[in-house]
Ligand binder design. Sequence first.
Ligand SMILES: O=C(O)CCC(=O)C(=O)O
Ligand SMILES: [Fe+2]
Length: 513
Amino acid sequence: DMFTAIIDLQKLLYTEAEIIKTLELYLKAEEQRLEKVRQLRQEYGQMYQLASQDMESFIANPVNAYLLVKRLTADWKNVEYLMLEGEGKNLIENITRNRDDLKFPDDDDLNGAAVALLRLQDTYKIDTSVLAKGYIQGTKHSSELTAGDCFELGRQSYNNEDFYHTVLWMQEALERAEEEIDKTADAAEVLEYLAYATYKQGNTRHALKLTSNLLKLVPDHPRAGGNKIFFENSLQRSEKKKKGDDGDVPVEETYMEFKRSVYDIPEREKYEMLCRGEKLMNKIEEGKLKCHYYTNNHPYYLLQPVKEEEAFLRPRIVMYHNILSDKEIEVVKTLATPLLKRATVQNYKSGELEMANYRICKSAWLSNQEHEIVAKISQRIEDLTGLTMSTAEELQVVNYGIGGHYEPHFDFSRREETNAFQSLGTGNRIATWLNYMSDVEGGATVFPHISVAVWPKKGSAAFWYNLFKSGEGDMLTRHAACPVLAGSKWVSNKWIHERGQEFRRKCGLHFTD
Ligand SMILES: O=C(O)CCC(=O)C(=O)O
Ligand SMILES: [Fe+2]
């Protein structure tokens, strides 16, 4: 899959250049071929004209008779060949089968890219027609979508049984198709999808209206007549039900589908609000946050203190600025790029690592031995946190994909979980150090339960303890990576473990320390 990391998508531009070359070759070959066909057509025509003046005497001439037979045997074979054997087949094979250096995305990538656009639309509340015009947060990033492109997004949503987005995008496709001179979508086809999705969304009356419009457009449409009857019956049934036991209005099925567990709603909503940059923290909490120079009393940083900015106090979440240089970031990205693999998450029941739609990125692990810069980064984290890196995990390098995100999660493992860290023998993830290695739009790291949003800045880092001093997990550290609106988001992180920190971070007796 290519959609899960922006770095992989860059290869697709090379594929596109090769496709352009292939199309040019194809057009040239086809033009030559058609020219030959045109010539033959003319020769056939000339002879026929001559013959039709006086058929009998024409055939009576043995040369003519011979030529006629020849035209319908040998020459005809030639015509057949010209008509059937375009260069197309060869050229297609050349570009798809014989080229290992070219990457083609597959249907899953198309679906992933479509779902990503829809996710961005929802999280950042982007209006469908604004997005279709290529605007993302006021700046024009891309070309416009055609009616056909909108139709394709609607169709992808439909295949995912996401009727909410099907309606939005089919409506947009319909509006755009109306304006287009060279139509890229068929209004009848759009209307059929739109009507069904509207019905699935619980609006049968409007679905019926859309189907009537479809029938006006294509009176002998193969399915619309049947659909109309189906919608009419369904309307009658619900009317009867309403009259039969009044007060008991039938609950809309699809509404239930969309509603998630009550527990989820506040977190989800807060997560999205924070992603959009809405300020949720109360002024008093915010007023307590400080920004100052920090040395950790380390000789090196006494000479060159780093800027420490508090993002929250309990749990304490801090940002350090200018931690990694551009050059170090380049090295880390270069080392990681060939090793990137679709990132996994741990199934909390089975303990197995698996891919999940709630984490769209690729990641790679770099050990200190890999390169002196990796070791240097480890050392820097040790010096600034005072925690030993000897039990930490390797440096995880992450590149997010289109609309890439990581939904709310804990970095530490909970008691009830089947715990993969147990085999490491280093205890739980006591703290997280997160380096931001690129500037992007969107893609904040947010903590929905404490209303904190940390915005990526190339070279900066975030740090927090996941566990209290007692070893108990701090539920308020639940956090998420917001979908990336634009750009290629790179981060790297160090997960620091409990073992070895006994004298570095003293055990607390109190739960909430
Ligand atoms: O990328 C981010 O902003 C956060 C990543 C994260 O939470 C994780 O990888 O555990
Ligand atoms: Fe995390």
